[in-house]
Design a protein around this ligand. Structure first.
Ligand code: NAI
Length: 483
């Protein structure tokens, strides 16, 4: 089996070398095709951070094992890590956090075992990076949560939970505030949950989830979240088991999968051969299991667990009174422990059953679909304008331009209603949202809205617009705070 390997930047080449040396010593039947990705590729002028040859190899082989990569700052380029995840539709980010004996944490000392798998949606949310300055003072980020995208990652989480015989799966969200976006994710969660009656499905608001994870982490099993919340919660979970040095990550797609450590390039320790290769090794073990190389994975993981239990350490963790090994010595210690069994968490020895990754090009896009076509009408528009005037003056000018079709129903500033009612205590910025609804919710056309837009430009700079849709008699938009 051939896989693509990108060594990465910073400590990437050092930890990748250590992990490959462990695989080689175990005679893992993989061939490595090294590809050009990372900061030095940006520096050569490739704006995506990878060469076309690298892209071709990865798309042909379907598996990328990668070291951390640096995103050049201030050059307007996007992170190659995020580009790779999005380009190849690795829609589920799976991170497993388990107690590792020998890696002391408050929980290991208290005898509280941790075994949490976080599944984070990996493509959508604010990570599209679709951001604009609406005025010199006001920035806007668009947050996309889609039904097909949510269903896809949630179904992956449930399938994985079923294979693991998981008892509980929890959806973390903020649907109490983001009723439409997180509300959609939560709705999809319970829709999929119906297909898995044997698994207890529940949901927790993300701030409460963070509190519960640090007080009773043993109560959680699989947690599924949207992208940004999942990013934050998974680093929190990394902290529970000893830090980023122990946090592996698998980016799963239907066609291409990327295995990498959660941590970055650690520029402060680069070139010293002292980095901890455990997170990359754990990611590599997830890759071996993904490829059906179960026996190799079990032998290496048992040796790793035994090595940690022995108190063998790199400089970033463990008993400071013991000498720390460097990266290659630590890899060698694991190799010399092949065949040994840890006292805790021994992995069962299952036979290797190699699975060749299937890569095929998308003939049609399976995500372009809709739940069901409901009666769909446009009943208004939110027009975002720039103005430093008081709300009553803004309203007077808006009312001047309102046609017979529309009524001005509310004006809000940073999402809080300031007209027709508001509070003198609400602080204002120079950008308002003016909501025009059609009289009696009568359908209006986009041309009607363009007419209104044109009239408003006589008094304001329009920064952005958003249609107000009604589907099957239900509003497909949220109310302003206080409306
Ligand atoms: P970082 O994870 O590289 O470093 C944070 C701290 O953890 C540093 O003190 C570092 O020495 C330590 N550390 C990280 N990995 C370690 C290891 N294996 N062994 C021992 N100590 C380790 O995070 P930072 O400094 O915020 O980011 C540095 C660069 O990495 C940035 O350019 C960032 O964009 C990139 N990055 C790349 C990621 C990826 O490729 N998936 C993920 C996160 C950051």
């Amino acid at each position: 089996m051939r896989i693509a390997v990108a060594k990465g930047d910073g400590i990437g080449p050092e930890i990748m070398q250590a992990v490959i040396s462990i695989f080689d010593a175990q005679k893992v039947s993989l061939e490595y095709e090294y590809v050009d990705m990372g900061k030095w590729v940006f520096d050569k002028g490739y704006s995506t951070g990878m060469t076309p040859e690298a892209q071709h190899t990865i798309e042909t082989l379907g598996i990328l094992f990668k070291g951390p990569m640096e995103t050049p700052k201030g050059k307007g380029v996007k992170s190659v890590n995020v580009t790779a995840r999005k380009t190849w539709n690795t829609y589920a980010n799976k991170r497993v956090f388990q107690t590792l004996h020998g890696v002391d944490t408050v929980f290991s000392k208290a005898g509280i075992p941790i075994d949490i798998t976080v599944v984070r949606e990996n493509i959508e949310d604010t990570y599209g990076g679709i951001e604009h300055m609406l005025t010199h003072d006001v920035a806007l980020s668009r947050r996309f949560i889609t039904r097909p995208g949510s269903l896809q990652v949630i179904r992956y989480a449930f399938e994985m939970a079923r294979k693991k015989n998981t008892l509980r799966i929890t959806c973390g969200h903020k649907a109490n505030i983001m009723k439409i976006t997180d509300g959609l994710f939560l709705e999809c969660f319970y829709e999929v949950a119906k297909e898995y009656p044997e698994i207890k499905a529940d949901d927790v608001i993300v701030d409460d989830l963070c509190m519960k994870l640090v007080t009773r982490p043993d109560q959680f099993d699989v947690v599924v979240l949207t992208n940004l919340q999942g990013d934050i919660v998974s680093d929190l979970c990394a902290g529970l088991v000893g830090g980023l040095g122990f946090a592996p990550s698998a980016n799963i797609g239907d066609h291409i999968c990327i295995f990498e450590a959660v941590h970055g390039t650690a520029p402060d320790i680069t070139g010293k051969n002292i980095a901890n290769p455990t997170a990359l090794l754990l990611s590599g073990l997830a890759m071996l299991r993904h490829l059906g190389l179960m026996e190799n994975a079990a032998i290496i993981e048992n040796a790793l667990l035994y090595t940690l239990e022995e108190g063998t350490r790199t400089g970033d963790f463990g008993d400071r009174s013991k000498t720390a090994l460097n990266t290659s010595e630590f890899a060698q210690a694991i190799i010399s422990n092949f065949g040994k069994k840890p006292a805790h968490g021994e992995k069962p020895m299952l036979p290797n059953k190699p699975v060749t990754p299937t890569t095929f090009r998308l003939e049609k896009n399976p995500l372009i679909m809709s739940k069901e076509m409901e009666e769909e009408v446009i009943v208004g528009v939110d027009i975002f304008i720039e103005s430093s005037e008081q709300p009553t003056n803004v309203a007077t000018k808006c009312l001047l331009h309102t046609t017979d079709l529309f009524k001005l129903v509310t004006i809000s500033n940073r999402g809080t209603q300031v007209w027709p009612k508001g509070s003198v205590f609400t602080n204002l910025v120079n950008q308002y949202r003016c909501r025009f609804e059609s009289i009696g919710d009568q359908p209006v056309t986009q041309i009607d809205i363009i007419e209104l837009y044109k009239r408003l430009t006589l008094d304001f700079k329009v920064c952005s617009t958003e249609l107000l849709n009604m589907w099957g008699g239900k509003k497909a938009y949220s109310l302003a705070q206080g409306q």
